[in-house]
Ligand binder design. Structure first.
Ligand SMILES: C[S@@+](CC[C@H](N)C(=O)[O-])C[C@H]1O[C@@H](n2cnc3c(N)ncnc32)[C@H](O)[C@@H]1O
Ligand SMILES: *[C@@H]1O[C@H](CO)[C@@H](O)[C@H](O)[C@H]1NC(C)=O
Ligand SMILES: *[C@@H]1O[C@H](CO)[C@@H](O)[C@H](O)[C@H]1NC(C)=O
Length: 256
């Protein structure tokens, strides 16, 4: 009796991608995308993740991120050419991004009509810094794991979209430690995650359940689920998905 109940529950679990059992994580733990594969995607224009408008969930939650502050220093891990960077800089905030694909960085500045300078980064061998002349936008072309607080200090806000969900699943703890080391005491970290059945699609983007957000950040940070929306479109149906939920979390240092 008990085992058939258990089987029934497991079946339900498989049917509903909202089910967040940690066993679901196993489907993607060994998947690895090499940096070169991302650069290839940029070369070939396979950048379906790029959005032509400011991200709706950034826009709708911006007041909670700013919390009344002006001139906030934003960090964009794995920034791509997100136009959200220009949107924030136009409002007087500063932006520091990290992106491995040089093509993404050049296209960002070109498409935003911003001129920029290029310089090497002595502290990170092989890295380059691209800096806008008209706005406070500095983009580092390097592997995110070469970046640290010794380069640009800590940040008052982080917008993580297509980032925690894009890094290799086995690197999540390393990534979370890096992010936490970049958070100033008043930092407000907006994190976008995706929930779907990882047995139907290998990723990226990868499935990151709320449970894991809590295990990565929950011991030192408060985590508030701000929004949870159905994000299934034809793009993900073509991947084989039958449901997709996009969650946005606000992560802030524990007050006491
Ligand atoms: C899914 S895209 C998201 C880009 C952007 N955040 C957006 O929302 O449009 C992930 C980006 O991370 C870059 N990337 C992947 N791994 C990286 C790494 N280890 N270090 C730096 N950039 C990386 C890729 O080139 C790609 O542009
Ligand atoms: C950049 O300039 C072009 C040509 O003047 C214009 O069509 C486009 O809207 C501008 N883009 C932005 C982001 O301002
Ligand atoms: C860049 O940020 C600095 C310090 O916050 C500010 O004084 C300056 O006006 C900003 N520059 C631009 C172009 O927004």
């Amino acid at each position: 009796m008990r085992s058939s109940l258990l089987l029934g529950l497991m079946f339900l679990c498989q049917r509903q991608s909202r089910c967040q059992g940690s066993s679901m994580l196993a489907a993607q733990t060994d998947r690895v995308m090499a940096l070169g594969e991302w650069e290839e995607r940029w070369q070939e224009g396979r950048i379906g993740f790029h959005q032509l408008h400011v991200h709706k969930m950034l826009e709708s939650n911006i007041d909670k991120v700013l919390a009344g502050r002006t001139g906030v220093r934003f960090f964009f891990p794995l920034c791509g050419k997100a136009i959200d960077m220009k949107w924030l800089a136009d409002m007087g905030h500063s932006v520091v991004g990290v992106e491995v694909a040089e093509k993404a960085i050049r296209e960002f500045f070109q498409e935003s009509n911003l001129t920029y300078s290029e310089e090497p980064v002595p502290a990170i061998p092989g890295a380059k810094l691209y800096k806008s002349s008209e706005r406070n936008i500095s983009l580092y072309q390097c592997d995110i794991y070469s970046f640290s607080s010794s380069i640009e200090g800590q940040f008052g806000a982080i917008w993580d979209r297509g980032s925690l969900v894009a890094i290799n699943p086995r690197d999540r703890e390393k990534y979370a430690s890096l992010i936490m080391s970049l958070m100033a005491k008043d930092c407000r970290y907006l994190l976008d995650t995706l929930l779907y059945n990882p047995e139907l699609y290998k990723g990226p983007p990868f499935f990151v359940p709320d449970e894991q957000v809590h295990s990565l950040f929950g011991s030192h940070y408060d985590i508030e689920l701000l929004q949870s929306v159905d994000a299934l479109t034809d793009r993900q149906r073509a991947w084989g998905l039958d449901s997709l939920t996009e969650n946005v979390h606000l992560i802030t240092p524990k007050s006491s």
